[in-house]
Ligand binder design. Structure first.
Ligand code: C2O
Ligand code: CU
Length: 474
């Protein structure tokens, strides 16, 4: 009997190798995402009309479509090809994009290719780089993708209203030679809509002067055009998120249980090296590209949240975090995440030795009728004269913001380097200039002459004057 007891004690030891084998960690590279993981979030892929693998040729129509944004309610959404967001334009760096665009909206429009360093006559600014495309009119955009990264497209006519009504889409340009980043790609377009409880779009000028001053945030937050979509994930199985803020005013501070997000790039493609954060602040028009590692136990459910951002006067007052996406972890064993490469590419900082300096004061005032009149150096856009700049010139712009609101500053057509920052070297086209602060940026104007704009990307601010332009000449 005594000996037999000894044998019983041995049983767990004998079983140990079997259980170790059963729980041996599986590398994330060896399993796939849950079936239908991005079903709620997948963006429309447009039909390629061109057999050449290096040309993406598509039809794009701006058209009003009735959609169900709030369950059971009908909304007249302004869309590209009937999709919200518009089709995902995806190609490789060096590929050519041809877009046969047709305007079936009740008003004129254009398309601006936000962040792309393309020739001036493709930039989509009405009366400056092309005539407005009238209702029923057509225009062909045709250019080569100069850079890899995450970009987007939107109208540049009556833009606060048209973007607010739903006109935006994502662009992903890949570089097959870039370091391989683990995780399956998920493109997320964050936006909002000014809908009332019946799903009816509010007037673009709602809130009057206060709306101009504060910018108009729609109460309905959308992720890829949906209210509270569900993302399926598996613990440890990485996802590579490319996030875009396509709202006319709203800032998005986003996090998931403070779990680490490994940033690989922003507006102008990959950064020099990765850096890790536990939340992303995405100002209007800005993009980030990061690796997300699902942290929850198998079978768990969570909520991805939006948090209020202090972007000035009253912007966080009495506001709570909001759930914006369901996060479901499937009931399958966790996997071991793959390492993310730290060094991504070399980016030489600009040589500022002969740089020309300029100061841009972002200003808010009132006109003689007491309407809000924003501007740059006190000048409303309609009275502004262009900066004259020669091709090849490098400049340093000191952007001063003595107003009580933040302003996301955007330059068309050229990347800039943000100076005085501890972040890894990276190219940007949109940067937040917080209330009562100064941000310095540097850019080199390469050989693409023409008239280029810069403005606050709170589109309500741009519309009331916070825009300027520069004339680049040979
Ligand atoms: Cu997205 Cu004039 O900009
Ligand atoms: Cu602004």
């Amino acid at each position: 009997m005594r000996n037999f007891r000894h044998l019983l004690l041995l049983i767990p030891l004998l079983l140990l190798p079997i259980s170790l084998w059963a729980q041996a960690p599986v590398s994330a590279g060896k399993v796939s995402q849950p079936a239908d993981w991005d079903k709620d979030l997948a963006l429309n892929i447009p039909k390629d009309l061109n057999p050449d693998p290096h040309i993406l040729e598509i039809n794009l129509e701006a058209v009003v479509k009735e959609m169900e944004i709030i369950p059971g309610k009908k909304t007249q959404v302004w869309t590209y090809n009937g999709y919200l967001p518009g089709p995902l334009i995806k190609l490789n760096v060096g590929d050519r994009l041809i877009v046969h665009f047709r305007n079936s909206l009740p008003e004129a429009t254009t398309i601006h290719w936000h962040g792309l360093r393309i020739p001036n006559n493709m930039d989509g600014v009405p009366d400056m780089t092309q005539p407005m495309i009238q209702p029923g009119g057509e225009f062909t955009y045709d250019f080569v993708m100069p850079d890899a990264g995450t970009f987007w497209y939107h109208p540049h006519v009556n833009s606060a209203a048209q973007v607010g009504y739903g006109l935006y889409g994502a662009i992903v340009v890949e570089d097959p030679k870039a370091p391989k980043i683990p995780g399956d790609e998920l493109v997320l377009v964050f936006s909002d809509m000014s809908l009332d409880e019946n799903g009816v779009m509010q007037a673009p000028s709602s809130g009057g002067r206060f709306g101009d001053l504060f910018g108009r945030e729609g109460p309905v937050i959308l992720v890829n055009g949906k209210v509270m979509p569900t993302l399926q994930m598996r613990k440890g199985k990485q996802q590579r998120w490319r996030v875009i803020n396509a709202s006319r005013t709203r800032y998005f501070t986003l996090r998931y249980k403070r779990s680490p997000l490994v940033i690989v790039g922003s507006d102008g493609g990959m950064a020099e090296h990765t850096h890790t954060v536990d939340e992303i602040k995405l100002v209007p028009a800005e993009r980030y590209d990061f690796v997300f590692t699902p942290p929850d136990e198998p079978g768990a459910d969570g909520k991805f949240r939006w948090y209020p951002t202090n972007r000035g006067y009253g912007s966080t007052y009495n506001r709570l975090a909001e759930d914006i996406m369901n996060m479901h972890t499937i009931n399958e064993p966790a996997v071991t995440p793959e390492p993310v490469p730290e060094q991504l590419r070399k980016i030489a900082p600009l040589d500022l030795k002969d740089a020309k300096e300029r100061t841009l004061n972002l200003t808010i005032g009132y006109d003689k009728d007491e309407n809000v009149a924003m501007g740059i150096n006190g000048v409303h856009y309609k009275d502004a004269t262009p900066y004259m700049i020669k091709v090849g010139q490098t400049e340093v712009w000191t952007i001063r913001n003595d107003t009580d609101f933040n302003h996301p500053f955007h330059l068309h057509g050229f990347f800039f380097e943000v100076l005085d920052t501890n972040l890894p070297m990276q190219w940007k086209d949109t940067v937040d200039v917080p209330q009562h602060s100064v941000v310095r940026i540097a850019m080199k104007f390469d050989d693409r002459p023409g008239m280029w704009m810069f403005h606050c990307h709170i589109l309500d601010h741009a519309e009331v004057g916070m825009m300027g332009h520069l004339h680049l000449e040979r």
